[in-house]
Design a binder for this molecule. Structure first.
Ligand code: BDR
Ligand code: CA
Length: 311
C-alpha cells in the first residue's frame, strides 16, 4: 500500500474521501490527517476530521491541526455549500478521540524526513496552506515527496467561487503557486472531472441500502449537497469532488487526463486563483501536472459504495 498524508478541510466531500481511504488499507496507509482552514475555520475542520475517523471505526488515525489562515490573505469559507459546521446534514456526536499535540506542518516535515525518499504521497483536499508552509519552512522535503494528488482548479469548467477560480485554489493562491512550482509530480483533479462525478438518486440509495452507519452518513451528506446544488445549478446530482483524489490512488484506470503546464494567477483581482492550464500546449512551458479531465463515473461510485460498505 501507498503511504499517504491527507490534508483536508472537511467538508462532506472531504469526509467521503477520508472514509474511502480508511476503508482501503490494501491500497493506502493513512500516516496522518492534517486539517487546514477552508470550507469552515480550523477548529471545525480538525473536529470534523476526528468525527470522520471515529465514524470509520479508526480513532487511532492521528489527526493534526494546521494553519488557521492562508499565507497572505484573509480566510474565505464556504458555509453556503457545507453548512455552518462544514458537515451539515446528519446529526453528529462530538468526537472523543484526541487531537495530536504536534502542529500539522511539523508532522508533514517530520514524516517526509523520516520516511524513505519518494515513499510518501500527499493528498490535499482543501487550500494548500499547510503544504506550502511545510515547503517554505523545510525546502529539503520537497524532493522527498513521491507525488501530490490534489483536488483543485478548473479549466473548461471555469470556477465555482468566482467565475474564474475554484475554491481550494482561490482561498490561498500564493500557497497553490508554491505547490505548482515546486517540481513535485502533481496529479490535479479539477472541477472538469469532479463535475462528472455527480450523485444521483440511485447512487445515494445504493449507499443508504448498505445499512451501515458510515454509508447512512454518506447518503445524508450527499442528500444535503444535492438539495444545495439543485437550487443553484439545476443539475441532477451534486459533485463529490475530493473522493476523486483517493479513488485515483486506488483505481487510476478510472481517470484520464493530460500532462500539461498549469500556473496559478496570484495578481489579478478578476481572475485571482485561476488555474491557467495549457491544455492545447500553446506555450513551451514544461508540463508540471497530470490534469485530469474525465472519469468513469459508474466505476467511481461502485468503488466508493463497495469500499465504504466495509466500514
Ligand atoms: C472543493 O471546495 C470544497 O468546498 C470542497 O470540499 C472541495 O475540496 C471544491 O471546489
Ligand atoms: Ca475539501
Amino acid at each position: 500500500p501507498r503511504k499517504i498524508i491527507i490534508d483536508t478541510d472537511p467538508g462532506q466531500d472531504d469526509a467521503v474521501a477520508i472514509l474511502l481511504a480508511l476503508a482501503s488499507p490494501e491500497d493506502v496507509t493513512v500516516l496522518g490527517i492534517t486539517a487546514v482552514a477552508g470550507n469552515v475555520p480550523l477548529p471545525l475542520t480538525e473536529r470534523n476530521a476526528r468525527i470522520i475517523c471515529e465514524l470509520a471505526g479508526k480513532p487511532q488515525t492521528p489527526v493534526y491541526a494546521g494553519c488557521d489562515a492562508p499565507l497572505k490573505r484573509k480566510l474565505v469559507t464556504a458555509e453556503h455549500v457545507h453548512g455552518k459546521t462544514g458537515l451539515d446534514g446528519p446529526v453528529l456526536a462530538e468526537p472523543t478521540m484526541a487531537l495530536q499535540p504536534t502542529h500539522a506542518v511539523d508532522f508533514i516535515i517530520d514524516t517526509l524526513r523520516r520516511e524513505p525518499a519518494h515513499s510518501v504521497t500527499i493528498c490535499p483536499l482543501g487550500p494548500l496552506t499547510n503544504i506550502a508552509t511545510a515547503f517554505l519552512r523545510a525546502p529539503d522535503i520537497i524532493a522527498r515527496v513521491q507525488q501530490i494528488v490534489l483536488m483543485g482548479g478548473a479549466y473548461f469548467e471555469v470556477g465555482n467561487i468566482t467565475p474564474a477560480a475554484e475554491f481550494n485554489i482561490y482561498v490561498d493562491p500564493e500557497a497553490a503557486d508554491i505547490v505548482f512550482k515546486s517540481g513535485v509530480p502533481l496529479v490535479v483533479m479539477p472541477l472538469d472531472v469532479t463535475h462528472k462525478a455527480l450523485t444521483n438518486r440511485a447512487r445515494i440509495e445504493a449507499f443508504r441500502n448498505v445499512g451501515t452507519e458510515p454509508c447512512r452518513m454518506v447518503a445524508e451528506w450527499t442528500d444535503f449537497f444535492e438539495r444545495f446544488d439543485m437550487q443553484k445549478y439545476g443539475s441532477e446530482g451534486a459533485p463529490l469532488h475530493d473522493p476523486c483524489v483517493i479513488a485515483y490512488l486506488i483505481r487510476p484506470d478510472l481517470f484520464t487526463g493530460r500532462h500539461i503546464n498549469v500556473e496559478i494567477e496570484t495578481q489579478s483581482e478578476l481572475t485571482l486563483g485561476m488555474t491557467v492550464a495549457d491544455w492545447w500546449g500553446v506555450t513551451d512551458r514544461p508540463a508540471n501536472a497530470l490534469f485530469i479531465g474525465d472519469l468513469d463515473a459508474e466505476g467511481f461510485y461502485t468503488l466508493l459504495t463497495e469500499r465504504i460498505a466495509r466500514l
